[in-house]
Design a protein around this ligand. Structure first.
Ligand code: NI
Length: 182
């Protein structure tokens, strides 16, 4: 397995719209394993293929505390939405930034597993938030798109400063927070 590079906002490649996965082959399986390794190491609870510059509709997630409940969604679709929930979200492509986003509280989704077998699933709580956040990535959308222009501008500047900081002080510790990155 290998860790992959995660693209960071405002990298234009994050705006690519992913196309459907068609080949459920060994290459896809290897990419899924690499995405899990990358997500767990980050650490994060969800990762969309767009974030590692692969533009087919593929998402990996694990919202469990024990990190032993991996989920794979290929070609996900939302069949129904219910209720409204607001969670503080973060994103591995927007490191260190957290803000409230309103989404559907419960969803019913259909997707295919890593071998192409279709399944349906009811999701709520963090699972529902996470899948909606990752599906946005596949559409080229980021959680900062839900925030005001002013906030987004501040975020861009902060990330730019952080990147310069990291470049000049490679051992510098990143700020830690309890909110999960998706
Ligand atoms: Ni994200």
């Amino acid at each position: 397995m290998a860790r992959l590079q995660i693209l960071e906002y405002p990298d234009p490649r994050l705006r690519t719209r992913a196309v459907a996965v068609r080949e459920f082959d060994a290459r896809l399986s290897r990419l899924i394993d690499d995405m899990f390794e990358t997500m767990y190491a980050a650490p994060g609870i969800g990762l969309a293929s767009s974030q590692v510059d692969f533009h087919q509709q593929l998402i990996v997630m694990d919202v469990s505390d024990t990190k032993d409940q991996p989920l794979v969604f290929c070609n996900p679709e939302i069949l129904s939405r219910d209720g409204v929930a607001t969670y503080e979200e973060g994103c591995l492509s927007v490191p260190g930034i957290f803000d409230d986003v309103e989404r559907a509280a419960r969803i019913r989704a259909r997707a295919q597993d890593r071998t192409g077998v279709p399944f349906e699933m009811e999701l709520e709580g963090m699972l529902a938030v996470c899948l909606q956040h990752e599906m946005d990535h596949l559409d080229g959308k980021l959680f900062v798109d839900y925030l005001s222009d002013l906030k987004r501008q501040r975020i861009r500047k902060k990330l730019e400063r952080d990147r310069k900081d990291r470049a000049s002080r490679p051992a510098a510790e990143r700020a830690t927070t309890d909110a999960p990155a998706l």
